[in-house]
Write a protein that binds this ligand. Structure first.
Ligand code: NOJ
Length: 726
């Protein structure tokens, strides 16, 4: 009997232990419950493992340019088995991923590894660079391109993308202007929400989506001189009104991770900036996911870098205490936190909090319950034809027609085209700055696109015009790697051979169409003056050639609108439409002027919001009415031409009397409207009063008093309306 009781007790204990062991693995429990249970079982080393993201190590002697085809090393798998790796950077490929995940499940607690990588504008099919896509002014399109990227990224073994970038970019010299949605906080907020929704889907744990990452928190685009990684000094009002809103919107949309930026913000590097990472991001915005440092950004705070700390012990503690949950690549947490804890620089509470946040996201994206990618299910969902159709639609809608005189565009059917410039027959550059995974090899170049559209094309990679041609289509711009990370430029004009070509082509007297491929707004006054038509084609991805041919041939209508100002010269940077006014005139001849004496025209060459259709669009009956909760703009918009058009009707305001000086114009809403030839429509853009708030320092102010408003086709034109807000 005694024996039986002892046996029974032991059995009960085992049963109890079993129930306890499985608590965090039990999908029916809440995420919080599961995480707390898991956390309570973890050793210090296991906790530190979870808050580190590492570079994979590969087996020696197995070479392949495609890292997903190189097997991970046994040492790496062993570290995973020991529970010392929470995350790996890169797209490992499914074989590697499966091996790692199996090793992770063999570890003491079986915590899966999360794989993060930059899946930015497409994966196997490339969509246009973000700056290009932003010109479509269409959140639904942005959601779809992100969703398609997420799905094919699953097949590369990714759980998590370091996207969307939502940095406001006002300086065309900054190479990373290519990676975001331009210069306007309202538009960029819509972009950030749409992309987060696309990447994360309605159910981020369904096996077909990715965790998104809002980056780079915050103000990264405001680096001095347009140089990458440079220091940022900014007023709190500008921070809150311009740079913070896209992140606030992404947090509201449920973004699961945030990447603090490299730069120092008012002297304190973002990586160790407690005010930014804890007070603002978590306290004010309510962010509940985890933060990941940018690549070695904690280590870059060291003596040779920002110089605010000395080594992993001090800096590991500083970053962790500031609210940085995971370190990318530099292993500063692994190297420093044990000693930091012993020296009292940080606490177990801080470490637990970071681990808790990482584990929660892992749970929320379903990693614990579905650690392996269901290859068949993902493949069954991928429809490459559909992806290419989305990529082509996005590419067409990203193009911005900047000039079209003498109706040189669309090209006459079957015209003989003298196609010039090496980018006209190049598919690689068209993929843009984040495109290491594209697999669709049959990307058409512009040359092939035009040929497929029925034009007789004679091509010259230089700029030698074919004398027998009816029209010249000449391609200008820069290569894909002249924008993007660490690719800022101190000169953004055309290159010498291109400038010479502009004059030579003009001298032929032939109709002259200029197509520009670039990752930034270039300063192109020569094209504006001498070409008959100018089309900005950015880098449009897998379908660049077909899409530009669609526009040039008239198979599709141009409908893109700029999301950045085009400066006339490099020296005009930073240039952005929503700048503050001054008390002095901005036009040469006005006396003590607020403009350059050697660049008479203070306005941009092409302003934010600008873009032409093949039809002429006219505005009339513009009016504004104020209701209790909205400012309502109305106009009649007419298509005066003989082609269908999509007009982006934009509403701008200027608050004339603020507690602090207010921008010359600010976009507050827009509507897209399709117009058949000859059709006119009454268009209403309703702006909620809440959208008009601004900040004087940290204080939120509502707009009151005299206001100006515009319902117009871009940020400098339109009839000025007046209204008063009480
Ligand atoms: C550095 C870049 O700043 C960031 O945007 C990117 O996500 C990481 N590298 C990882 O590749």
């Amino acid at each position: 009997m005694k024996k039986l009781i002892v046996f029974g007790a032991a059995f009960a204990a085992v049963g109890f232990a079993l129930a306890e062991v499985t608590a965090y693995k039990d999908a029916s429990r809440s995420v919080d419950e599961r995480v707390e249970d898991l956390l309570s079982r973890m050793t210090f080393e296991e906790k530190i493992g979870q808050i580190g993201q590492f570079l994979p190590a590969y087996q020696k002697g197995v070479e392949s340019a495609d890292s997903s085809k190189k097997p991970f090393s046994d040492e790496l798998l062993q570290r995973v088995r020991e529970g010392r790796i929470g995350s790996l950077i890169g797209a490992p490929g499914l074989e590697n991923r499966t091996r790692v995940q199996k090793a992770a499940l063999e570890s003491r607690l079986g915590i899966p590894v999360i794989f993060g990588h930059d899946m930015i504008h497409g994966c196997t099919v490339t969509t246009p660079i973000p700056l290009a896509q932003s010109c479509a002014w269409d959140p639904d399109l942005w959601r779809r391109t992100a969703e398609m990227t997420a799905l094919s990224a699953r097949l590369k073994g990714c759980d998590w993308t370091f996207a969307p970038m939502m940095d406001i970019a006002r300086d065309a010299r900054w190479g990373r202007i290519a990676e975001g949605a331009g210069q306007d906080p309202y538009l960029c907020s819509l972009w950030s929400v749409a992309q987060v929704r696309g990447f994360q889907g309605d159910d981020v744990a369904d096996g077909f989506h990715l965790a998104a990452c809002a980056k780079h928190f915050v103000g990264y685009g405001a680096g001095e001189g347009g140089r990458d990684y440079d220091a940022v000094e900014m007023s709190e009002g500008t921070f809150r009104d311009i740079y913070l809103p896209p992140f606030a919107s992404a947090v509201k949309a449920g973004v699961l991770t945030v990447m603090p930026a490299f730069h120092s913000f008012n002297g304190v590097p973002c990586a160790v900036n407690r005010w930014l990472l804890t007070d603002v991001l978590r306290g004010e915005l309510g962010f509940a996911g985890f933060t990941i440092s940018d690549w070695e950004a904690i280590a870059e705070c060291d003596l040779e870098g920002h110089g605010v700390g000395d080594g992993p012990v001090e800096l590991g503690a500083m970053a962790l205490n500031a609210g940085m949950d995971m370190s990318m690549v530099d292993a500063y947490y692994e190297k420093g936190l044990k000693a930091a804890l012993a020296e009292g620089r940080t606490t177990m509470k801080e470490i637990d909090e970071a681990v808790r946040r990482v584990l929660s996201v892992k749970m929320r994206i379903g990693l614990f319950d579905r650690p392996f990618v269901d290859e068949e299910a993902v493949k069954a969902k991928i429809d490459i034809k559909k992806d290419l159709a989305v990529a082509r639609e996005a590419a067409v809608r990203s193009c911005v027609l900047l000039k079209n005189e003498k109706s040189v565009l669309p090209l006459a059917r079957g015209a003989k085209v003298s196609l010039l410039g090496k980018l006209a027959d190049d598919a690689d550059h068209m993929q843009g700055c984040w495109s290491s995974f594209y697999e669709v090899q049959e990307n058409a170049t512009l040359r092939q696109g035009l040929e497929a559209a029925g034009f007789a094309v004679s091509f010259d990679a230089g700029y030698a015009v074919d004398a027998s041609a009816d029209v010249v289509v000449a391609v200008f711009g820069e290569g894909a790697w002249e924008s993007g990370e660490a690719h800022s430029r101190s000169y953004i004009g055309l290159k010498p051979d291109q400038l010479a070509a502009v004059d030579a082509i003009k001298a032929t007297g032939k109709p002259f169409v200029a197509v520009v491929f670039s990752g930034r707004p270039l300063a192109i006054p020569e094209l504006a003056e001498k070409a008959d038509a100018v089309l900005e084609g950015w880098f449009l991805g897998s379908c660049a050639g077909e899409a530009v041919a669609d526009i040039l041939s008239g198979a599709a209508e141009p409908s893109g609108r700029l999301t950045v100002d085009f400066p006339r010269t490099t020296g005009a940077c930073p240039m952005y439409y929503n700048r503050l006014p001054t008390g002095r005139p901005s036009q040469v001849g006005g006396g003590m002027v607020n403009c350059y004496i050697d660049s008479e025209i203070p306005t941009p060459l092409y302003p934010f919001g600008f873009g032409l259709s093949y039809s002429e669009i006219a505005y009339s009956d513009e009016s504004v009415a104020v209701t209790d909760d909205a400012v309502v703009f109305t106009a009649t918009v007419a298509n005066k031409g003989d082609r269908p058009a999509v007009e982006t009707v934009q509403a701008y305001v200027r608050d004339l009397v603020g507690v602090v000086s207010r921008p010359k114009r600010e976009l507050k809403g827009f509507e897209k409207v399709s117009l058949a030839p000859g059709e006119s429509k009454k268009v209403v853009v309703s702006v909620p009063r809440e959208r008009l708030v601004y900040h004087a320092g940290a204080e939120k102010m509502s707009a009151t008093g005299k206001m100006h408003g515009w319902i117009a086709s871009d940020s400098i034109s339109g009839k000025r309306l007046e209204f008063v807000l009480k």
